[in-house]
Design a protein around this ligand. Structure first.
Ligand code: ADP
Length: 538
């Protein structure tokens, strides 16, 4: 029997019209070297219409790709609204890719126009002669360098247009945004989000069982808009009336603390390495004030237990962990303890990757693809499916990443009866010692709890007897000392004996990926080249 309900496409333009109407006076704040620039949702949506008119004037048609090579700022928000709503596709370019990878993704995506922040011109200029599909480059801010050849000025283009661009009626399944994975193995792969998937993802982000973004929020967006759409928050902001603070290039602990104190966000989102910086910077900043925040969100990598405890105990601040991937838009799981959990046990849930959010399904399978029990013990690979989960990659076949309509995440761990996921490793980072898995994530989390340790990453190194053993790469805090023996003894009572790393190395810093996670691929390569001085305990 047919329902009697109306039907209608779930489109980004619906998000715009809702936000610009109900929340017309809500603001987006962009931090600049000369102070904070403000614009209301109303102003931003009018400017998005002018941008769409300008792009149409440059010949951008339905389905064309418009690249953004930008920090988190107001103009980037305008592109987020304008480009998909005019029927084109916003390709968010990662400003930290190596030049050859950047050229690869622009060529693979066949971008026809790129909008670039003037401060990023030198990076794009390196590959300007390798991206033949790009017909126009629009510069946000004065282009005084000329390094990109002929460019168009963002404000001049908008100034020449009038607001009132008619957003076309689109099919909700059409492409809206594309984002490439950072390509830790091989070339980056493109994920193409639809209007529908982004719309549904925004609703999920507003739900109180996930991160519950709402009108009374002001979000500090530390996660870049080129890293899985800043985890979806730009759209959720317009949809819910939550204001946004865009930090542009001011992403170190000190400036973030200042922004939090002065602009008083209620929530903030970033990867754990950023929060580690903030935590350490706060120690020497008597004016650090986190009282405006109801919680902070960390995702993209495992969050060490001590970090959650440190924010809670020193600053009275809740850190909410989330799990997701570029392929999952990214919201997959959020670690909110079940109702009724006694306060002292909350941390045991908060350290998990998350609890599966409404709208997606998650399961764990073994090597043969058999589904394993949800008992918190059976360990295997996570698979996920749902309306905001990728079902394919753009323009490449990757059958090994899909299984009976589920996305294979490449993450290894357990799922329990209450829907909590625990990640012990990414499949490419696992350590298999004598046929048994050792969780690098768990070891890192525990070593980082040592007071002398700033950061630690654990990788597998070859071993004649056990096949692989863990090597613990440690960065000590400035002025702190700790020997390999001391750290080993600190770990000893906390993990099984055979997990204890016998190999240790002390580094100045852990290499980071383009989105700020520990880059274990680089660590493995450096180790293989003999670049580390390794202490081996007997
Ligand atoms: P990249 O591949 O460059 O790291 P993604 O952001 O798509 O880019 O990474 C997704 C991966 O990040 C996941 O597959 C998982 O391994 C890791 N990850 C994300 N959130 C968590 C978390 N809360 N705990 C552990 N790992 C996480």
């Amino acid at each position: 029997m047919k329902s009697t309900m109306q039907d209608g496409p779930l489109l980004i333009k619906g998000i715009i019209s809702h936000g610009e109407w109900l929340y017309a006076n809500k603001k987006v704040f962009t931090v600049t070297p000369d102070g904070v620039q403000e614009a209301t949702f109303y102003e931003i949506s009018r400017r998005a219409e002018r941008l769409a008119a300008a792009l149409a004037g440059l010949g951008v048609k339905s389905g064309d790709r418009v690249g953004s090579f930008m920090w988190n700022n107001q103009a980037h928000m305008e592109a987020y609204l304008a480009v998909p709503s005019m029927g084109a596709v916003l390709h968010t370019l990662n400003i930290r890719l190596f030049p050859e990878q950047l050229a690869y993704v622009i060529n693979h995506g066949e971008d026809s126009v790129i909008i670039v922040d003037n401060t990023l011109i030198p990076l794009l200029a390196k590959i300007r002669d390798q991206i033949p599909t790009v017909r126009h480059i629009i510069v946000n801010g004065p282009d005084t360098t000329g390094a990109l050849g002929e460019t168009l000025d963002y404000e001049t283009l908008l100034g020449a247009e009038r607001p009132g661009f008619e957003w076309p009626e689109l099919d909700e399944r059409e492409a809206a945004i594309m984002c490439y994975t950072s390509g830790t193995t091989g070339n980056p792969k493109g994920v193409v989000y639809s209007h529908r998937s982004l719309w549904l993802h925004s609703i999920a982000q507003m739900s109180a069982n996930s991160i519950g973004i709402c009108e009374s929020d002001r979000g500090l967006l530390i996660v870049p808009m080129f890293h899985v759409n800043a985890w979806g928050t730009p759209y959720t902001s317009f949809f819910s009336g939550a204001e946004l603070i865009m930090p542009q290039m001011f992403l170190q602990g000190g400036p973030i603390i200042k922004m939090i104190r002065e602009l008083r966000p209620t929530i903030s989102l970033g990867v754990p390495t950023i929060w580690n910086d903030v935590l350490h910077a706060a120690e020497s900043d008597p004016e650090a004030d986190f009282s405006s925040l109801r919680y902070i969100v960390a995702g993209g990598a495992a969050v060490p237990r001590h970090m959650i405890e440190a924010f809670r105990d020193r600053h009275g601040l809740r850190l909410v962990q989330g799990w997701g991937m570029t392929e999952t838009s990214p919201l997959g799981a959020v670690a909110i303890p079940p109702a009724g959990t006694p306060r002292e046990q909350e941390i045991d849930y908060e350290v998990k990757a998350g609890r599966v959010v409404a709208g997606v399904e998650v399961r764990v399978v073994d090597d043969t693809g058999e589904v394993m029990p949800r008992d918190g013990k059976a360990i295997g690979e996570f698979e996920i499916r749902g309306p905001w989960i990728a079902g394919a990659y753009y323009g490449v076949d990757a059958p090994e990443r899909f299984h009976d309509g589920w996305l294979k995440t490449g993450d290894i761990g357990t799922l329990d009866a209450e829907g909590f996921m625990v990640i012990s490793d990414r499949s490419k980072d696992v350590i298999k010692s004598g046929g048994e898995w050792i969780s690098s994530v768990e070891l890192e989390s525990r070593v980082m709890a040592h007071p002398a340790v700033f950061e630690a990453a654990v990788i597998a190194v070859p071993d004649e007897r056990w096949d692989e053993r863990p090597l613990c790469c440690v960065v000590l805090r400035p002025d702190a000392t700790a020997s390999a023996e001391e750290l080993h003894d600190f770990l000893a009572p906390q993990v099984p004996k055979w997990w204890l790393p016998e190999h240790w190395t002390f580094l100045e810093s852990i290499p980071k990926t383009s989105v700020g996670k520990f880059d274990k691929k680089v660590l493995r390569a450096q180790f293989a080249l003999g670049e580390f001085s390794v202490t081996t305990l007997s």
